[in-house]
Write a protein that binds this ligand. Structure first.
Ligand SMILES: [Zn+2]
Length: 129
């Protein structure tokens, strides 16, 4: 099964083992970069998700509500970030198995445009809808 990657345009005349390996590396690099960014962001915003101090005399009631709201938003953002990291990990596993770029549901090729938009996407457009 040929390896596919949206970032590399493989022409029919040019498909060689070397080409697939380059393409494979590009997919991996893109996914690993994305993963690193997410982990860094997660670590950088760790403090924003810390429990809000409710008994601080210096902080007024409204500010505390703001702080709680902000913390809730940060927690939600982090939850989505962790989901994306899990998707990246799953994509990396599919890459290892030579199944990257193929729909996990029906096995059809996922369009390059779709992969380009989201390299972690596991399904084709038909199965996603
Ligand atoms: Zn599908």
């Amino acid at each position: 099964m040929a390896l596919r990657c949206a970032t590399i345009a493989v022409t029919p005349h040019n498909v060689s083992e070397q080409m697939s390996k380059t393409s494979d590396k590009n997919c991996r690099a893109r996914l690993v970069t994305l993963r690193n960014e997410l982990v860094e962001l997660s670590e950088a915003t760790n403090e924003d998700r810390a429990p809000v101090e409710l008994d601080q005399q210096s902080v007024g009631r409204l500010s505390r509500m703001d702080a709680l709201q902000e913390q809730a938003m940060q927690l939600e953002t982090e939850r989505r970030r962790q989901q994306t990291i899990a998707r990246v990990d799953a994509a990396l596993i599919r890459l290892d198995d030579g199944e990257y770029g193929f729909c996990i549901s029906c096995g059809d090729e996922i369009s390059d445009g779709r992969l380009d938009q989201d390299p972690t996407v596991p399904t084709c457009i038909k199965c996603a809808s």
